[in-house]
Design a protein around this ligand. Structure first.
Ligand SMILES: C[S@@+](CC[C@H](N)C(=O)[O-])C[C@H]1O[C@@H](n2cnc3c(N)ncnc32)[C@H](O)[C@@H]1O
Length: 302
């Protein structure tokens, strides 16, 4: 049985064409591609790539200036944070949440928009595997090009489960029987009508948005379109810890904000969303409310 796409490049001794991540004595990372006969240069000397070709992962190389570098293959979280970017990437902590709470499974049929730099596409492709289907939509051709290069560099070539269409999701989405739709874009509410048609009953819509105003408009628009169960919204924060002898404490720095996530499940056709048991907070939809569903709100039923 052949190995899943990309798996051969994730294990075994270093080979020509592998990505290598070096860590210097100060913990800084440097990523490059192994090429026979080439040298890796630092401001403290160089070493030949040939020293790593055939060596096990976790080897240490020394430059001509006697500085030691630890050599490992970059993990996907390392890779997406160091790859060339068009648009801002989905951070690994959020990609992990999406894989878990949008319930991305091996063999799933997934639609994603926008593609940006291809960070989330790479996580999704790895989770669905060669038997799944990921159809990604990106309105900007230059971003689609960057994403293609990033994804193909990671998997060592084209991924058999990936299809990329350049164009707006709301004008181009024609896939049906889709298990999961993941939206990372400015205005997910503009796509709800086509997403409604694409998703299977029980399928999941997952949106990643950067601001509270986008979050509110997306949730209210999902409620208003009427074919989804009550959405769930959340954010995640990771606080790393410094652990050294008696100095065990949270790191001084953390990534305070990336974005908000929400999921909502597609109901069967013709089913009304069950009434919510908890009433909205008093005043939530009072006279100051101007969002979807209000007289001055702009979103409407599809
Ligand atoms: C923040 S980036 C996506 C980053 C990507 N998820 C990643 O992990 O690298 C948002 C992208 O959505 C694209 N976009 C916005 N609205 C879109 C739409 N309606 N259809 C397709 N692409 C869209 C933008 O061009 C942009 O590249």
């Amino acid at each position: 049985m052949s190995e899943p796409t990309g798996a051969a490049r994730r294990r075994g001794p270093f080979q020509v064409g592998d990505q290598v991540q070096l860590t210097d004595p100060k913990g800084r990372h440097y990523t490059f591609t192994l090429e026979a006969g080439k040298n890796f240069h630092t401001h403290k000397g160089s070493f030949p790539h040939d020293e790593l070709i055939g060596a096990p992962e976790g080897s240490v190389v020394r430059t001509t200036g006697n500085v030691a570098y630890l050599a490992l293959r970059p993990l996907l979280p390392d890779y997406v944070l160091s790859m060339p970017r068009g648009a801002a990437v989905v951070y690994p902590k959020d990609a992990g949440q999406i894989l878990a709470f949008a319930d991305i499974f091996a063999g799933a049929r997934v639609v994603e928009a926008g593609v940006g730099s291809g960070s989330l596409s790479s996580f999704l492709l790895r989770a669905i595997g060669d038997q799944g289907m990921l159809h990604s939509y990106e309105r900007r051709e230059d971003f689609a090009e960057i994403a293609t290069q990033n994804v193909e560099r990671y998997f060592g070539g084209p991924h058999p489960a990936w299809q990329l269409t350049v164009g707006d999701l709301q004008d181009n989405l024609s896939d049906t029987d889709v298990d999961r739709v993941i939206l990372d874009m400015l205005a997910p509410w503009e796509c709800l009508e086509v997403v409604r048609k694409a998703l299977v009953p029980g399928g999941i819509l997952c949106c990643y948005v950067a601001t509270t105003t986008q979050l509110a408009r997306t949730v209210e628009s999902i409620r208003e379109i009427g074919c989804f169960a009550e959405p769930t919204a959340w954010e995640s924060m990771i606080r790393n810890w410094h652990v050294e002898g008696l100095a065990v404490r949270p790191d001084h720095r953390m990534i305070g904000h990336t974005g908000f996530l929400l999921t909502a499940r597609r109901l069967a056709d013709g089913v009304e969303p069950p009434l919510r048991r908890r009433r909205p907070a008093k005043g939530a939809y009072g006279e100051d409310y101007t969002g979807p569903g209000s007289e001055s709100g702009s979103a409407s039923r599809g």
